[in-house]
Every structure is written in C-alpha cells, then in structure tokens.
Design a binder for this molecule. Structure first.
Ligand code: MSP
Length: 501
C-alpha cells in the first residue's frame, strides 16, 4: 500500500498563520499513521509563488518577486519543521523542475486540442486569483477577502472546461467518496451539474510566472501552474515517485474547493493523467466568527503557540478543537484549557502515577500478567484506523482519549494504593499495574501521529519498545520490564503564555 498526501501550497504574500499550520498538521497526522501501518508514504507541502499579490508585495518592498520570495520562503520552510511535520519534499513553484513540468503539462493539453485563444473581461479578485460573477460579489466586493474586485480584460488562452462536464459527472458517479465530507461532494457535484464555463489559463499582462510554452509572451495563470505542483513535485523530488505515488490524496479548505474538485481533475484528464485518488475538504478556523486570514488581520501565529506550549500540544489542540471537516470558532483560552485538563491531567498525571506506583510498590519492575484489557485496547486499533481512513482526525483522537479516560477511572476504581497495603492482594496489584502500563503503551502507539514527541517519552518511561507498528496495539502489548522510575511531568505548568496574553 502507498499513501501520497498533499497540503495546498501556500501563498507567500505574507507569513504563515495558524490556518496554514492546521492543514499541515492534519496531513502529517495522516502520514505518520499510514507509516505505522507499514505503508510507503509521500507527504508534500510547499509554497505558491506566482500570484499577482506576491508580485505586488514585492514591488511595495522595492524587490523583484523572486528576490522577495527567496526571503520570505524561509518562514514557510520553517513552518513544517517547527510543526514536526515529516514532509518528504517542500515545493516552491519557482523551482526549475516545476517550471519544466508545468510547461510539459500545459503543452499536452494544448496538443490535445483543449486550449483556444479568446478575450475575457470580468471582475477579478486578486485575493482569490479568480474571476467573479456579479452575483458572487457583495457591493462589488469579494465576500471572502472583503476587497473590491477589479475589472480585467485580456486576450488569453482558455481551457475547454465545458467539454469535461460529462466526464467529471461520470467520475463523481463512479466514486461516491471522491470528495469527502459528503456535503462537500454534493457541493462540487452540483457546481458541475450547473454547467461549466471555460477558464483562462494564461495572463498576457503579467511577467511573474511560468511562460506559456507555445507563446512565451504570456505566463500561466497562477492556478494552472499551482495545481500542477501535486504532480510536478513527484517528477523532480529525489526518487522514482511519479509512478509510485500518483494518484494521491489532497487536503484543502473549502475556499479552494472548485479549483481542486472541478478544475484540477479536468486538467488532469485533459493532460492524460489519472484524477486524484481523493480530496478532503476541511472547514475554516474562525476567530471571533471571522475566518483567520492575513487580509482580515485576525491572525494567530503558530510559532508563538509552539514557543509557549511546545509542538505536541499545538498539534493536539489543532486536531481536537474543531471537528475536522467542519468550521469552528477557536480561542486561545482553549489551548491553555486543553493543555491543563487533557494533556497535563488526563494523560500526564496518569503516566506519572503509573510509573510512580510501579517504582514504589514493585521496586521498579513491571511483571507481565495475562488477561483481558480493561480498556478494550484491541477495539481501539481498528476503530482509530477506520476513522483515519475517512480523515476523521478528530474522532480518532476522541476514541484514543476515551481509553485515556477509562484508564483514569480504572486507577480510581481499583485503588492500587489500597491493594499495596494488603500482602494477600499482591497478584491483584500486579494485574492492575500491568493493565495500566499496557493501556498506556497502546495509547502511546495510537497517539504517536498526534504527539510524536510525547509518544516515545511515554514508552521510554514504561521501559517499552519504541516500535510504533500499528498492529502492536492490543491487549498484552506491554512486556515485562525493569528500571521503571517515577516519570517527570510530561506537560509541566505553562505560566502566562505570550500568545494568549
Ligand atoms: N495558493 C493557494 C493554494 C494553491 S494549491 C494548488 C492558496 N493559498 S493560501 O495561502 O491562501 O492557503 C489556503 C489554504 O490554507 C486553505 O485551503 C487551508 O488549507 C489553509 N487555511 C488558510 N486559512 C485557514 C483557516 N482560517 N482555517 C483553515 N484552513 C485555512 O489558497
């Protein structure tokens, strides 16, 4: 089995915010999980450089677009690193390999007869990089960016999208899970059913971009260049990736649904490639009910949050705070709240107590005791995998947390500190301590994609193997062990975080 996952490539007209971190974290959680299942994985993220808004910001700073991009890309390359994302490649659309591939790709569509020249005039939103119909504007403004759409009239090359309506509908009919969640599938499908208009794939008035191979005076429309990254990266990243990993799975937010769920599969069919395997469209993180975005100015810096809490708590919060797929309002207070209640208390204390009890009552030795797991560890293995197969990142974490909560209840109900006072109940105490260590070992493996730093710390504290293979999750996974000392707190108190202040 192979698993190829991508994030959108982010515009470099500003620095990353929590919304960008969100998709990257989600993609990394899925990648790490599939790796645990023994699959070969490829995880791609990167940046989209050829937007007009990038050229505009560069001009404001008195820089050439490429010069500007070279400076700001550092912040974007830092994002996956600081998030502990295990991406295999970071694409820049200014990469030479990308340019070459885009040119070949567009040439294939041209040669297939799906490109023609025409004049287009209409209102254009530079935030979306998209023409808007009058009914998509509110008082002449784009409702997503709250900026006035500008009149644009150009002689361009057009892609015959209208010719792909039937093929796209057929694809949607054959593959009811092509787009998830299902309400997004319906949204995309009804857009296609409503009739498709050809769109221009070149810009005559811009110079910042990939030159059109048959007419180098024009450059490729930024979306016709950007979408192709999902293929181009596989062609020039080290390794024989194109054959091995295409088609893959795309994660994106609802703002760019049409480009991904309609335009991109049509472009692929026109160029003679297979459409994507699947697309998952998640919602927006909103702050005070407005989408978090640079143009709205209500941004949360993910790096500040990581400085304050560490990377695992930020990943955990991102996966848990809003059901993946839905929109949700987020607050900085909820980061602190989840950190204290769920990470420090539910999980951190449980590890501290369990290791302290083994050290104290059993002289640092864990004995292996057979029997049923009191927290249904075997069911957890299948449950989490099934949920992650349908991108239910939040539900899978909830299933893991149910086990954490049950382990806490188990400590309370079995009261090992009472058992320890009574020599005749030594076997019972052994079983309780084993079940706790066993449950925590299973939890540590299951939660590794979410908490990649914490998971090995739990396993080490319990003197267990660091092997994260998915099929190890189940009753009896923990081995007898020596040298278990009381573990220091996994999530120490965080005082007055700067991001939340
Ligand atoms: N460059 C295009 C994408 C081209 S992909 C071939 C683009 N870039 S972007 O910088 O605007 O990034 C948009 C993506 O960032 C969203 O699709 C989503 O993945 C993520 N998010 C940005 N803001 C977000 C929220 N407030 N909430 C959730 N995700 C957000 O569009």
């Amino acid at each position: 089995m192979r698993f190829y996952v991508t994030t959108p490539i982010y515009y470099v007209n500003s620095t990353p915010h929590i919304g960008h971190a969100y998709t990257t974290i989600a993609a990394d959680i899925l990648t790490r999980h599939h790796r645990q299942r023994g699959e070969e994985t490829f995880f791609l993220t990167g940046v989209d450089e050829h937007a007009d808004k990038v050229a505009r910001v560069a001009a404001e700073q008195g820089l050439e677009p490429k010069e500007y991009a070279d400076r700001i890309v550092v912040a974007w390359q830092e994002l996956p690193k600081r998030l502990n994302a295990s991406n295999d490649f970071f694409i820049r659309t200014s990469d030479e390999g990308h340019h070459r591939f885009v040119q070949q790709f567009l040439q294939r569509i041209y040669d297939n007869g799906d490109v023609y020249e025409d004049v287009y005039a209409g209102f254009y939103c530079y935030g979306c990089e998209e023409f808007k119909t009058p009914d998509e504007l509110v008082d002449g403004k784009c409702p997503i960016h709250d900026t006035v759409a500008e009149w644009l009239e150009e002689k361009n090359y057009f892609f015959r999208l209208s010719a792909y309506q039937e093929k796209l509908l057929q694809l949607y009919d054959e593959r009811p899970d092509f787009v998830l969640p299902h309400f997004r599938y319906n949204e995309a499908r009804s857009f296609i059913e409503g009739g498709l208009r050809d769109f221009s794939i070149s810009r005559a008035t811009q110079t910042w971009g990939v030159p059109i191979p048959w007419d180098p005076k024009q450059v490729a429309y930024v979306w016709a260049d950007a979408l192709v990254n999902y293929l181009s990266a596989l062609s020039y990243a080290p390794g024989e990736n194109l054959e091995r990993f295409w088609p893959g799975v795309h994660l994106l937010a609802k703002d760019i649904l049409r480009f991904h769920c309609v335009y991109w599969p049509a472009l692929l069919l026109a160029a003679g490639y297979e459409p994507p395997k699947q697309l998952f469209v998640h919602g927006y993180l909103n702050l005070d009910d407005r989408k978090i975005s640079k143009s709205l100015g209500n941004i949360i810096d993910p790096l500040d949050l990581i400085d304050d809490y560490g990377v695992d708590p930020v990943r955990f919060w991102a996966a848990r705070t809003v059901s993946f797929g839905q929109d949700g309002n987020v607050t900085l207070a909820s980061v602190q709240e989840r950190y204290e209640r769920e990470l420090a208390n539910d999980l951190g204390n449980l590890v501290s107590r369990t290791t302290a009890m083994i050290a104290r009552y059993r002289g640092v030795t864990l004995a292996k005791v057979g029997g049923e797991s009191p927290v249904a560890l075997d069911a957890l293995r299948g449950d989490v995998a099934e949920r992650l197969d349908v991108f239910d990142i939040t539900g899978a974490l909830e299933a893991i947390w149910n086990v954490v909560r049950r382990l806490n209840q188990y400590v309370e109900s079995t009261a090992p500190w009472q058992l320890a006072k009574d020599e005749s109940r030594a076997a019972e105490l052994d079983a309780v301590l084993y079940n706790l260590a066993d449950g925590l070992t299973g939890v540590a493996i299951a939660v590794a994609p979410y908490l990649p730093e914490t998971s090995p710390r739990i396993l080490t504290a319990l003197a267990q193997s660091l092997d994260l293979a998915w099929d190890r999750i189940g009753a009896g996974v923990a081995e007898a062990a020596e040298g278990i000392e009381p573990a220091p707190p996994l999530f120490p108190r965080v005082e007055l975080p700067t991001a939340a202040s």
